[in-house]
Design a protein. Structure first.
Length: 209
């Protein structure tokens, strides 16, 4: 079955790590909005320099730019299983990406919201920064990023809950435990059951709606 999965959650919640695991286990192609924006920032064009400025300051890149960058990659991967990570961040973006995914033959069937407390997020981001992480992991931007993106907006959660696509995963446990919870949800989505929360994942997963 060809479908797409949406990963929601704050910086440091582990979305990228789980997207990579999903790619290995189920053949999904990761579409990482942050990575795409970093590539755009590195390309030296006027648009890239604009993106770089927002990211250095830990500010949100405008919707129009993010949507254009993500939409281009989705269309390049038309008809494949996709895991969209770090996008959408608003209900308006969710509506746009839903239409694009349906149009390219990879409809969204599941949205996973990774939930982690702010102290854990801060520790993870500082650890990543100390390990030579990304430009937007600089210590002076971490607080601003968490202020802007520290929790998933309620209207975005409502968008997916209204469509019976939303599941919440506790992303504080070890990576392997979170991966099993995500795998249970994705297995259900691929089977068309829409639940997917197996016995081993019951403590980590809450299906919404």
């Amino acid at each position: 079955m060809t479908l797409s999965v949406i990963f929601l959650g704050a910086p440091g919640a582990g979305k990228g790590t789980q997207a990579a695991i999903l790619a290995r286990r189920f053949g999904f192609v990761p579409v990482n909005s942050g990575g795409l924006l970093r590539d755009e920032a590195a390309n030296g064009t006027a648009a890239g320099r604009t993106v770089a400025g927002y990211m250095r300051r830990g500010e949100l890149v405008p919707d129009a730019i993010v949507t254009d960058v993500v939409a281009r990659r989705i269309r390049q991967r038309a008809g494949q299983r996709l895991v969209i990570e770090g996008y959408p961040k608003t209900a308006a973006q969710a509506e746009v990406v839903t239409r694009i995914l349906a149009a390219v033959g990879s409809p969204a069937r599941l949205a996973v919201n990774f939930v982690v407390d702010r102290d854990t997020l801060r520790r993870r981001l500082f650890a990543r920064s100390e390990q030579g992480g990304r430009d937007d992991d600089l210590p002076d931007t971490i607080a601003r990023r968490l202020d802007a993106l520290g929790s998933t907006p309620s209207d975005l959660l409502a968008y997916y809950q209204d469509r019976r696509m939303l599941a919440t995963v506790d992303a504080a446990p070890p990576v392997e435990s979170v991966a099993e919870a995500v795998a249970a949800l994705v297995t259900g989505a691929l089977a068309g059951t829409g639940t997917g929360a197996g016995a081993n994942a019951a403590q980590a997963v809450r299906r919404e709606g």
